[in-house]
Design a binder for this molecule. Structure first.
Ligand SMILES: C[S@@+](CC[C@H](N)C(=O)[O-])C[C@H]1O[C@@H](n2cnc3c(N)ncnc32)[C@H](O)[C@@H]1O
Length: 221
C-alpha cells in the first residue's frame, strides 16, 4: 500500500466558510445523542485494564488508532502512562494480530462519538489526546463529519490534555487549529510535519507517496 496514495482533492481552497458558525453553535448547545451500551462496556474494559496495571496512571487516548502501531509506540515512549488505542473497526484493530502491546496499552473497539462523552461524563481527564490522520471528509458538504465540525467536538475541552492532530490535508489541520483555538482561547497553529520514523501506517504511506504532512497541537489544560 506504500507509495501510491492519491493526493486529497477538494473543492475547498481554505478553511470552510461555515466553520466558525458551526463550531460556535456546537459549543453553545449540548450534544444529546444517546450513548450505546457497547461503548459503556468498552470504557469499563479500558478502565479495568488501567486499574489492573496502575490505577493512578495518567491516560492517553489514541483516537482512531487503526491497526494500533501508534498505540504501541506511544505506550513505549510514555511508559508511566496507560494508553487506550481506540477504533470502531474490528477489521483494522485485528489486522496483523497479535501486535505485541506493552502492559500499559490496550486496543479497544468503540465509537469515539460516545467514548469521548463517556470519559467526560465520568470525570476522566486525558494527559494526551492523539488524532492521527482522521478521515478527512474533503467534500464541502461533509464539514460536519470532520471531527472539528462534529457536534461532539466541544467535549474535548472537558477531557483536557495535549491534543495533537496530524493529516496530509493542510485544510483539515488549518480548520482543526482554528476550532481548537475557539475551544481553548489560545492561538493554535497549523504547521508542516516531517518525520523519518512514521508513527502510523497512514503516515508511512503518505510519506512514501511524497505528500506534505501537517499537524497542530494545543494543551487543553
Ligand atoms: C484514516 S484511518 C487512520 C488510522 C490510523 N490513525 C493511521 O494513521 O494509520 C482513520 C481511522 O479512524 C477510525 N474511525 C473513524 N471514525 C471513528 C469513530 N467514530 N470511532 C472510532 N474510530 C473511528 C477508522 O475506523 C479508521 O481506522
Amino acid at each position: 500500500m506504500d507509495g501510491n496514495s492519491r493526493f486529497i482533492s477538494s473543492a475547498q481552497e481554505g478553511p470552510h466558510r461555515d466553520l466558525e458558525e458551526l463550531v460556535r453553535r456546537h459549543m453553545a448547545y449540548p450534544f444529546r445523542k444517546p450513548v450505546l451500551d457497547f461503548n459503556r462496556a468498552a470504557l469499563a474494559t479500558a478502565l479495568a485494564a488501567r486499574a489492573a496495571w496502575n490505577p493512578a496512571a495518567p491516560l492517553i487516548l489514541d483516537a482512531g488508532c487503526g491497526v494500533g502501531w501508534s498505540t504501541q509506540r506511544i505506550a513505549e515512549t510514555h511508559a508511566d502512562h496507560f494508553v487506550i488505542g481506540l477504533d470502531q473497526s474490528l477489521d483494522r484493530l485485528s489486522r496483523g494480530k497479535p501486535l505485541p502491546m506493552p502492559g500499559n496499552a490496550l486496543l479497544v473497539r468503540a465509537d469515539l462519538v460516545d467514548f469521548w462523552r463517556l470519559l467526560a461524563e465520568n470525570g476522566i481527564r486525558l494527559a494526551r489526546h492523539y488524532n492521527l490522520y482522521p478521515n478527512p471528509w474533503p467534500k464541502i458538504g461533509h464539514l460536519a463529519r470532520r471531527w472539528h465540525g462534529h457536534a461532539v467536538f466541544p467535549v474535548w475541552r472537558e477531557l483536557g490534555g495535549i491534543v495533537e492532530c496530524r493529516s496530509n490535508w493542510r485544510i483539515y489541520v488549518e480548520e482543526m487549529a482554528l476550532a481548537l483555538g475557539w475551544l481553548s482561547g489560545q492561538t493554535v497553529l497549523a504547521e508542516p510535519w516531517r518525520t523519518d520514523e512514521p508513527m502510523t501506517p497512514f503516515e508511512k504511506k503518505y510519506l512514501a507517496s511524497g505528500h506534505e504532512l501537517w499537524r497542530c497541537r494545543v494543551d487543553l489544560d
